[in-house]
Ligand binder design. Structure first.
Ligand code: GTQ
Length: 345
């Protein structure tokens, strides 16, 4: 049992004032909050954003605010545990739902935080990343890694909506977040085709490349096919998950946040191990329930929820006939690099 420690109020006011004048703070009144017993006390709260509720509000933003006045027309999914102003889904994860209307253009910029987009609905939009034109189809994952120019365009006839996932809260906390505006990019010929043949990487001059971001677009048709293939081959008690990796290194596709796709067979229930990183569950296809700690959330297609770290999560697919597909974003690479990654079950 840990000892009750002295409180700030126990100290004489003149002493507290003298400390404050010298920019000094006593540790002991805050020690337990800084280092809670046995496990962290996350500010991140389990939160569920319903797409059905969010979508009309985002469409209204389309009518209220022209793209020129927004640059990026985004409604941020702000976790109430962190407060609306901090624009955080978790300690390290930012989530935003972005709308681009036909003919609109979100101008080129680059910034220090890494971003990915998970396309939710619509067709005809594209993101140009470092001169590479990445088409956006539902379920595709498009990477805009740190420092690379990116802009969004739309040649189609219906609204396009995607989920932005950024490591912005962490990069901002580190006082390393900034952006630079740029000119419209010239589109260059594709240079990632070789990486689309699994098990092969280009080795010009008989050496492995050092291409930090060899793949910028992961097509949903490929990801879904990979999961279906796993489902056909693996025993029924094996979880069906793939991780988006850098094909040069096999490491996570980005340095800070990890990205995965998970399939639940019809009727499947999957209890995930309790782990230190917070995680975001976005339902690409089907229906599912997500139990996070003591609360259960019924997710419809395109719904998104976040679970704090150190919290048990159980996913279930209530449908007897249809599979369910999740996109998962988590803080695993960050926890691993920092040496604080933990799994408890
Ligand atoms: O599309 O470049 O949700 O720069 C937040 C910041 C999207 C983007 C966001 C961004 C973008």
């Amino acid at each position: 049992m840990s000892q009750e420690l002295g409180r700030l109020e126990d100290l004489p006011t003149d002493y507290r004032a003298a400390l404050a004048r010298q920019n000094l703070v006593p540790l002991w009144p805050s020690l337990r909050a800084l280092l809670p017993a046995d496990q962290p006390q996350p500010r991140t709260r389990t939160t569920h954003w319903s797409y059905e509720t969010l979508r009309p509000l985002l469409m209204r933003a389309g009518a209220l605010t022209p793209i020129e006045k927004a640059e990026r027309r985004v409604l941020v999914l702000a976790n109430p545990g962190h407060g609306a102003d901090s624009m955080q889904a978790s300690a390290a994860i930012y989530l935003g739902m972005q709308l681009l209307l036909p003919g609109e253009w979100a101008p080129a910029h680059r910034h220090t935080p890494n971003a990915v987009r998970m396309i939710v609905e619509g067709a005809g939009a594209y993101t140009t990343v470092d001169g590479q034109r990445c088409e956006m189809h539902r379920g595709d994952l498009v990477l805009t890694p740190t420092g690379l120019w990116h802009e969004h365009g739309h040649d189609g006839i219906e609204p396009v909506i995607w989920l932005d996932v950024l490591d912005l809260p962490l990069v901002h906390y580190m006082e390393a977040s900034y952006h630079v505006d740029g000119e419209r990019q010239a589109v260059k010929p594709p240079r990632d085709s070789a990486y689309r043949r699994p098990g092969l990487v280009p080795t010009p001059a008989f050496e492995r490349g050092t291409n930090a971001c060899p793949m910028l677009r992961y097509a949903w048709s490929d990801t879904r096919a990979a999961l279906e293939a796993l489902a056909a081959e693996r025993p029924a008690d094996e979880a069906l998950q793939v991780t988006y990796v850098n094909p040069e290194t096999g490491a996570h596709a980005q340095n800070i946040l990890g990205y995965h796709a998970l399939m639940l067979r019809p009727g499947e229930r999957l209890a995930l191990p309790v782990r230190s990183p917070a995680a975001v569950y976005h339902l690409i296809e089907g229906a599912a329930s997500v139990r996070i700690g003591a609360t259960e959330h019924a997710l419809a297609e395109a719904d998104t929820c976040v679970a704090p770290g150190y919290t048990p999560v159980t996913l279930a697919n209530p449908s007897p006939s249809r599979p369910a597909f999740f996109f998962i974003a988590d803080e695993t690479p960050l926890h691993e690099k920092l040496g604080v990654y933990e799994q408890r079950s």
